[in-house]
Design a protein around this ligand. Structure first.
Ligand code: GSH
Length: 369
């Protein structure tokens, strides 16, 4: 379709270029936010040499703005997009809704990798179909299989072991049931308007679950309300947007969703944070670059032991949540903790990290010792 100025809600003289892939978790997290903002969007299959040239890091997605700025890291992309184009809003400003949206983002970025990798790589049919997709996508069986080989290793690093398969599926079934009940009543997580919580959850749910053969079947057979929500997030028609719930409320059905997420995710997140911080306490003083992972830690999921790579990025994710939580006064923090009682999340909100991470360009670095 030709482009006419004024055709998009947030007009720019050039498009935002999104480098990603349809099978990519974090591309699926960023795409709905750009679409919701109604910006002129040019989505391309990731140009990896261009990504390396601009960022020095081989991560997707990357966004190139109309002014030729480079944005990388989905959380950062949300923040900058909201700054540039505040309307329609992605970030709720009221305390409970704001913190709840961050909880969904932390769950999606950190924990939901486990079911996502399990359903993509954890069965013969899943792996064979994902390999075929990767080969088709890259135009080469050799390259597709090379990428798939890396991902089958990453599967174990995030904790999606064969032994944990049953627990992962039990978690997923509970989550899909809770989401189905919620979406039967509300179009989006916070009410009648999309927010960055919905976009973040689209990472696992659209980027993996709806994309992959085994989990897509599960969604279509057991959770069509969730499929309806995926469709709404994919095509967020401006005229269909209402408002987030009044009075900073969370729907009881959304609190159930948060409980499914938090009760299973928080023990693992806390274990990763503790391990990471004790590594950081005695890290080499002349550390040139932060490693992607600093070993493995042990946790459990519904009684099944799991192992997970200890990635510094987890602290960065949780830090964003804690910064938001601590930006509110004590009365609001108490109210948030009270509203989330029994969901598992209060324990994470009470955690006080000893270390702080920041960015040097696109790279993660320690801000303090
Ligand atoms: N923190 C980054 C993570 C991006 C990420 O891990 N993307 C995956 C694809 S979905 C990737 O590029 N992986 C390459 C790798 O792990 O080397 C974000 O939020 O954008």
């Amino acid at each position: 379709m030709p482009y006419f100025p004024g055709m998009h809600r947030n007009h720019t003289d050039a498009p935002y270029v999104l480098h990603g892939f349809e099978v990519s978790y974090f591309t699926a997290k960023v795409r709905p936010a750009l679409r919701y903002k109604g910006v002129w969007l040019d989505e391309r299959r990731a140009d990896m040499p261009e990504i390396m040239r601009r960022t020095g890091l081989g991560f997707i997605p990357m966004v190139v703005t109309p002014e030729d700025e480079t944005w990388q890291d989905s959380t950062e992309i949300y923040r900058r997009l909201e700054e540039r184009h505040p309307e329609p809003p992605l970030f709720p400003t009221t305390p409970l809704q704001r913190v709840a949206a961050h909880l969904v983002e932390v769950y999606s970025d950190e924990f939901a990798l486990i079911p996502a990798m399990h359903y993509r790589w954890g069965s013969e049919l899943g792996e064979a179909s994902a390999r075929a997709r990767f080969s088709a996508m890259t135009g080469s069986e050799a390259i597709g299989n090379m990428a798939a080989d890396r991902m089958t290793k990453a599967r174990f690093a995030v904790g999606a072991s064969v032994e944990a398969g049953e627990a992962i599926e039990a978690h997923t079934h509970d989550l899909l049931a809770a989401l189905s009940a919620h979406f039967a009543e509300h179009p989006y997580l916070l009410g009648a308007r999309e927010s960055f919580a919905d976009c973040a959850l689209m990472g696992p749910l659209d980027g993996h679950f709806f994309c992959d053969l085994v989990s897509r079947r599960l969604l279509l057979e057991t959770a069509f309300q969730v499929v309806g929500w995926i469709e709404r997030c994919k095509f967020p028609n401006a005229e269909d947007q209402g408002e987030w719930l009044d009075d900073d409320a969370l729907a009881p059905s959304f609190i159930e969703v948060l409980g499914c997420m938090g009760r299973d995710a928080v023990p693992l997140l806390l274990e990763v944070l503790r391990e990471l911080e004790s590594w950081a306490d005695s890290r080499p003083a002349d550390l040139a670059e932060l490693p992607r992972a600093v070993g493995l830690c042990k946790s459990s999921l519904r009684g099944t032991p799991i192992e997970r790579a200890v990635m510094p990025y987890t602290l960065y994710s949780v830090q964003g949540l804690l910064d938001a939580f601590r930006s509110f006064d004590a009365a609001n923090r108490d109210r948030i903790q009270g509203s989330l009682a029994g969901t598992g999340w209060p324990e994470l909100l009470a955690y006080t990290p000893r270390h702080r991470l920041g960015k040097d360009g696109f790279r993660l670095v320690f801000e303090s010792s």
